[in-house]
Every structure is written in C-alpha cells, then in structure tokens.
Design a protein around this ligand. Structure first.
Ligand SMILES: CC(C)(COP(=O)(O)OP(=O)(O)OC[C@H]1O[C@@H](n2cnc3c(N)ncnc32)[C@H](O)[C@@H]1OP(=O)(O)O)[C@@H](O)C(=O)NCCC(=O)NCCS
Length: 169
C-alpha cells in the first residue's frame, strides 16, 4: 500500500472488477490508451480486467488508485515496455476524477516507490502526441521529453525520469 495526502494506491482485488470494467469501457478514458487506442469488445475488456486482477506481477504491475475513504478513482501501473528493459509508468482515471490533480499525486507516489523501495534506475512513459493532459502530468512529476518512439507500431511521445534528475539518488 502506498499512501499520499489524498490517496491510497493498493493492489487489485476481485471486488474491483466492476469499477475496472467500467473504467476500460468508457471511450473518453480509452481514447488515448492502448495500441490501437480505444475500447475493446465487452468480453475482451472483462477478460483483460480479470486477468489483471489474477496476475501477480509484483513488484511491478497494477495498483488501484482510491480515495482515503475507499472510493475508486482508477489505475496506475509499472509495466515492462514491449521492447527493451525499461519499466513504464502508466495511469488512467475515471472521468469523474479528472481535473483534481489526482493523476499527478498518484504518479508522483508511484515514481517515489519505484526509485525508493524498488531501486529502479529509471522509468519511462509514453503518450499519444495529442494527449496533452497526460503530457502535463508527466512534466509536473518531473519527466523529461525525449522525442518519439515506436510503441507496438504506434508513434508516441517518449518521456524519461531518473532518480538523479529528481534529486532522490
Ligand atoms: C490524463 C489523466 C490521467 C489526467 O488525470 P488528472 O487527474 O486530470 O490530471 P491532473 O489534474 O493531475 O493534471 C492534469 C494537467 O493537465 C492539464 N490539462 C488537462 N486537459 C488538458 C488539455 N486538453 N490540454 C492541455 N492541458 C490539459 C490540466 O490543466 C493539468 O495541468 P495543471 O495542473 O498545470 O493545470 C486523465 O485525464 C485520464 O485518465 N485520461 C484518460 C486516460 C489516459 O489518457 N491516460 C494516460 C495515457 S498515457
């Protein structure tokens, strides 16, 4: 469990299934998520959510982002990039939770965990070029933009952060 002033980041539970299926079924949430981006057929979405809950990728994997009172906001994750050794920071929130600094607070906490407890040497993040809100989150957290990379056949903006750049080494 990772705690911030407003949030808890905790591992997924079977009881999260409904919230997670709703999250991944919202076309606005999924507009810039996945390659290709967008929602999937309902059966595929449900199967992916169940697999995500069942799969233990510790110390990497998915965390539920919820309020201190236990209201679900969304997901954040540390995931292996499809190519190479890098670990990617990823996040998505339900629409009701946008615009309150929640993604920035959750991302900052997970970066702190990655460089603290997990001792990762660096993290990367990728966004679609028109996902300005996500790019702003990464900049606020302290990521540096490093041009474009290919992500499973899609051209995305590439971001990097290191403990040294954050001053936590
Ligand atoms: C992207 C997302 C995670 C942002 O979450 P959030 O909690 O609203 O983010 P925050 O409030 O911490 O910060 C958002 C920043 O982007 C800015 N922003 C929001 N929409 C914007 C837009 N269309 N253009 C430019 N900036 C924008 C906000 O003003 C804020 O910056 P500020 O603090 O300087 O004002 C959320 O919108 C989301 O889940 N989107 C769908 C899934 C997704 O795209 N995930 C990322 C995939 S890479």
């Amino acid at each position: 469990m990772i705690e911030t002033p407003r949030l808890r980041l905790r591992r997924l539970r079977p009881s999260d299934e409904g919230d997670l299926i709703a999250l991944d079924s919202d076309p606005e949430v999924m507009r810039h998520v996945g390659s290709p981006a967008g929602t999937r057929p309902a059966d595929e979405t449900a199967a992916r959510v169940r697999q995500r809950i069942a799969e233990d990728q510790a110390p990497l994997g998915f965390w539920l982002v919820e309020s201190r009172a236990g209201v679900a906001h969304g997901l954040c994750a540390l995931l292996r990039m499809p190519a190479g050794d890098d670990i990617e920071l990823a996040y998505r929130l339900a629409r009701d939770s946008w615009g309150q600094g929640i993604a920035t607070e959750a991302a900052r906490a997970l970066v702190g965990h990655a460089f603290g407890a997990l001792r990762l040497p660096r993290l990367v993040a990728v966004t679609y070029p028109d996902n300005l809100a996500s790019q702003r989150v990464l900049e606020k957290v302290g990521f540096t933009q490093r041009g474009f990379v290919d992500y499973t056949g899609v051209r995305v903006v590439h971001y990097v952060i290191t403990p040294e750049a954050l001053g936590v080494s």
